[in-house]
Design a protein around this ligand. Structure first.
Ligand SMILES: C[S@@+](CC[C@H](N)C(=O)[O-])C[C@H]1O[C@@H](n2cnc3c(N)ncnc32)[C@H](O)[C@@H]1O
Length: 318
């Protein structure tokens, strides 16, 4: 499956899990796809449902995709903008990044949002209490060299095409408002901020909110799936067996980097929870037994790497 990558970056982006999610939903019947936490939209843009409501409490994401939908942002417009602004970034030896950041925090223009998302440190999305984007520069004044501009332009073109071909509604809503829009024939894919991980203005998340989400999903009487984590080398996400105890569990290993060093690769078991049986899922209680008896927590095949890497990853996990 070719994965379409959206032009906006974010730390919780599911690009690497999209194919797995796809294989788990392709058998499920539904009329409309609903996402209360669309983030970059990578999941919906790859599942490509005929009809979808995509929501997020971050107004910048919604404004950006609405601008693509209304063709205020197109591939040629993005190309011209990034060439022009990229040149100023280069000439100022990077200082221009902070001019754009100030301009964005005042005027909230979607093109500036794109510029920041693609030239900030590590492609992070972080806001202060007042809602201001506060990620520093990636420190590469030549960030918008021709190859990257072409790549981003193609991403805008592809996502624009997907949005044009579908029937998508983008809404700037808190998840509690989105829960009220669910119909019984919907399939709801929820990807809330992972409990205890990111904390900032648009991305804080509490146990109380996780319970409100669970109750809202259960009471809506529709099929739902939720992305969360099951365990890493330090701990298990016990909420899977308390708040989500009535859900099936599917898992997949995922490696992410903290910093640049190979030794900082951390393994996480990502989980898909659902009120319907998924292709890769097992019963909640069965997963609990596996954990309690030290059996594999994977419901999918372990990823194979060339043997030296595989050994070092296992060693690190231990
Ligand atoms: C883990 S990210 C979603 C990532 C997305 N699936 C992707 O692949 O790009 C969580 C999203 O939830 C949004 N969010 C945080 N709190 C929210 C709330 N109370 N209501 C709605 N959205 C919220 C954040 O803005 C963020 O975009």
């Amino acid at each position: 499956m070719k994965t379409f990558v959206p032009p906006i970056k974010s730390q919780g982006i599911k690009t690497k899990l999209v194919e797995w999610i796809y294989t788990n939903v392709e058998q499920i019947e539904y009329d409309r796809w609903v996402e209360p936490f669309m983030g970059t939209g990578v999941v919906a843009f790859n599942i490509q449902p005929k009809k979808a409501i995509l929501c997020d409490s971050n107004p910048h994401l919604i404004r950006f995709y609405k601008a693509i939908q209304q063709k205020e942002i197109t591939a040629p417009i993005v190309k011209q903008f990034l060439i022009q602004e990229g040149q100023k970034l280069l000439e100022s030896e990077g200082k221009y990044y902070y001019d754009v950041r100030n301009r964005f925090n005042e005027k909230k223009a979607p093109l500036d949002f794109l510029f920041l998302s693609r030239s900030c440190f590590n492609g992070m999305m972080r806001f202060n209490k007042k809602g201001g984007f506060n990620v520093p520069f990636c420190k590469k004044p030549n960030r918008f060299a021709q190859a990257l501009v072409t790549k981003i332009t193609n991403q805008v073109k592809n996502i624009g095409q997907i949005i044009e071909n579908g029937d998508f509604e983008f809404k700037n809503l808190d998840f509690q408002a989105t829960l009220k829009l669910i119909d019984t024939n919907d399939l709801v894919y929820s990807d809330p901020p992972y409990i205890g991980r990111h904390v900032d203005y648009f991305d804080s998340w509490s146990e109380e909110e996780e319970i409100i989400l669970r109750d809202g999903l259960v009471n809506a009487n529709a099929k739902f799936m939720l992305s969360t984590w099951l365990s890493n080398k330090y701990r298990t996400n016990d909420y899977v067996f308390s708040i989500w105890k009535d859900c099936y569990v599917a898992t997949k290993e995922h490696f992410y980097h903290v910093g640049a060093k190979e030794s900082n690769r951390n393994a996480v078991y990502e989980a898909l929870l659902s009120n319907v049986k998924l292709k890769d899922s097992i019963e909640n209680q069965a997963m609990k037994v596996r954990i309690d008896t030290n059996q594999s927590q994977l419901t999918t095949q372990e990823k194979k790497y060339e043997s030296s890497k595989q050994l070092s990853l296992r060693f690190e996990e231990k």
